[in-house]
Design a protein. Structure first.
Lengths: 116, 112
């Protein structure tokens, strides 16, 4: 059972560089979301998706783009990295509440990003 | 806007004690509430999920309760062990959104 897989686990970027954080799930979950975790601030929602082709902004979307072309994948793109984006990024997935299934959220192991 | 608060921020107890972690949320229109465990440098592990229509859930030594009308949840850990040392996070899914709002967590240390 792979669950939610995030790559890479660690990344160092220079200011201004762009990159894509990958997230894939093999549980056929409709909902996927991206969070960032900063010390003392808990997890904050960046973007989320309720299904292929549908995305929406969370609380801290600036500087990030997402797309959802398949059910399995939900990549997060940093357009022009800034030191303020140094953080740990988590991807999560769950079933849609409309299916009447358990909507427990499952998380990947995280990507630790440092922008210098 | 939903806000989730966890008290205390940190807790240190001797092994064997029963303990309670608190979570409060400002908007009672929630779909579910989930408790997670996070070990240092690791991802989140789901502990318990409580649907809005439920009052509590139990798993082993863990019991989570939900009082939606007062905007409160508690996580009860019985007979704590050093292996329980971790950060515990509470998160709610609002009825109007399909993602979670997290508290800042309670960092638990169980002393042998």
């Amino acid at each position: 059972n792979a669950g939610v897989t995030q790559t890479p686990k660690f990344q160092v970027l220079k200011t201004g560089q762009s990159m894509t954080l990958q997230c894939a799930q093999d549980m056929n979950h409709e909902y996927m979301s991206w969070y960032r975790q900063d010390p003392g601030m808990g997890l904050r929602l960046i973007h989320y998706s309720v299904g292929a082709g549908i995305t929406d902004q969370g609380e801290v979307p600036n500087g990030y783009n997402v797309s959802r072309s398949t059910t399995e994948d939900f990549p997060l793109r940093l357009l022009s990295a800034a030191p303020s984006q140094t953080s740990v990024y988590f991807c999560a997935s769950s079933y849609s509440r409309d299916r009447g299934l358990n909507t427990e959220a499952f998380f990947g192991q995280g990507t630790r990003l440092t922008v210098v | 806007k939903q806000e989730v608060t966890q008290i205390p921020a940190a807790l240190s107890v001797p092994e064997g004690e029963n303990l309670v972690l608190n979570c409060s949320f400002t908007d009672s229109a929630i779909y579910n509430l989930q408790w997670f465990r996070q070990d240092p440098g690791k991802g989140l592990t789901s502990l318990l999920l409580i649907q809005s229509s439920q009052r509590e859930q139990t798993s082993g030594r863990l019991n989570a309760s939900l009082d939606k009308s007062s905007g409160r949840s508690t996580l009860y850990i019985a007979a704590s062990q050093p292996g329980d040392s971790a950060t515990y996070l509470c998160a709610v899914m609002d009825t109007g959104r399909r993602a979670l709002t997290f508290g800042s967590g309670t960092r638990l240390q169980v002393q042998p």
